[in-house]
Ligand binder design. Structure first.
Ligand code: 13P
Ligand code: SF4
Length: 306
């Protein structure tokens, strides 16, 4: 887009934000221009916390549908806008409420821990929600008596089971973007950059996580370089994070593990769509009251265990 046109859109967004008392929250995988225009950037947990804290009347959520839906569960009195109706998360749609009820029937009395990458209906059938940032803490909190069902991500689930030593009943969901990162990608990059530390997201295949120095949420990956003496990092997650890392740590070097790890849904948001969203106050994301009331308790527990 021409610089003048971009500037014009940004100015209109700033004006409308003031008029509507709106805040722009954006996930760490968003395109660079969205990251630069956001009031707050973060991982799923940080964005949920921010939604809970903000005084703004309107939240423009630059991310995918379940993230905006979670914000609406947390603050039903606010208007939550998703600038692109089709920005969904395929993993979140890999289990529905009926399927979760069937699993629960097979494991009577089990506790259900649901990854935040899920629909409101599935959250409403759950005891706890978690993000990749606090999954281990949430699972460690649970009593050892009885089964624990973990949905929908089998890779985050098996990572959490291995780390906590707890047996989890897993659902075969996965992230189509993260499974594009292969062990060979990590080995190739390690070979090319032997001094680099490898950090990967827990949605990666277990064979990839095993090759990593650190398995972290996107928020964790953004903090790790500050604590590490290393000057180079191989980044096993959606490639949008590399832009953010490089901006935060200009003296360090970040190599994406695979350029194929691109989430098309996260890239659907544009500055034009944010502007239209604020002009038309669309698409408003709401959750039907009976679902919201049931989904709130597990989401609240997720926000409390940090
Ligand atoms: P984070 O919570 O780590 O940002 O992950 C969200 C997500 O969708 C990863 O694919
Ligand atoms: Fe969903 Fe994967 Fe995209 Fe994250 S990267 S939003 S889990 S499809």
């Amino acid at each position: 887009m021409a610089i003048d046109r971009t500037q014009e859109i940004l100015e209109k967004i700033t004006l409308l934000k003031q008029q509507r008392n709106a805040v722009i929250l954006a996930h760490n995988y968003q395109p660079a221009e969205i990251q630069d225009c956001a009031d707050f950037l973060g991982d799923s947990l940080e964005l949920s916390q921010k939604a809970a804290q903000t005084d703004a009347a309107v939240i423009v959520f630059c991310g995918v549908h379940f993230m905006a839906e979670t914000a609406s569960i947390i603050c039903p009195d606010k208007t939550v806008l998703l600038p692109e109706a089709d920005a969904g998360c395929p993993m979140a749609n890999m289990i529905n409420a009926e399927q979760l009820r069937e699993v629960k029937k097979c494991h009577p009395g089990a506790l259900v821990v649901t990854y935040v990458n899920s629909t409101a209906e599935v959250k409403a059938e759950s005891d706890y929600c978690c993000t990749s940032g606090n999954a281990l803490k949430v699972i460690n909190r649970l009593k050892d008596t009885g089964d624990i069902i973990f949905v929908p991500d089998k890779y985050l689930g098996s990572f959490a089971a291995a780390k906590t030593g707890k047996h989890l009943v897993l659902w075969p969901g996965y992230c189509p973007t993260h499974i594009k990162i292969l062990p060979d990608d990590i080995l190739r990059e390690k070979n090319a950059h032997p001094a680099a530390k490898v950090m990967v997201h827990p949605e990666c295949h277990s064979s990839v996580a095993q090759l990593a120095d650190e398995v972290l949420s996107t928020g964790g990956m953004l903090k790790y370089p500050a604590q590490s003496d290393a000057g180079e990092f191989i980044v096993g997650t959606e490639i949008g994070l590399v832009y953010r890392l490089q901006k935060l740590y200009p003296d360090k070097i970040f190599y994406p593990a695979s350029e194929k790890a691109l989430c098309p849904n996260m890239k659907m948001i544009s500055l034009e769509k944010i502007l239209r969203s604020l002009q038309e106050m669309s698409l408003v994301i709401t959750v039907p009251v009976p679902i919201r009331e049931k989904a709130y308790a597990p989401v609240k527990r997720m926000l409390e265990i940090v």
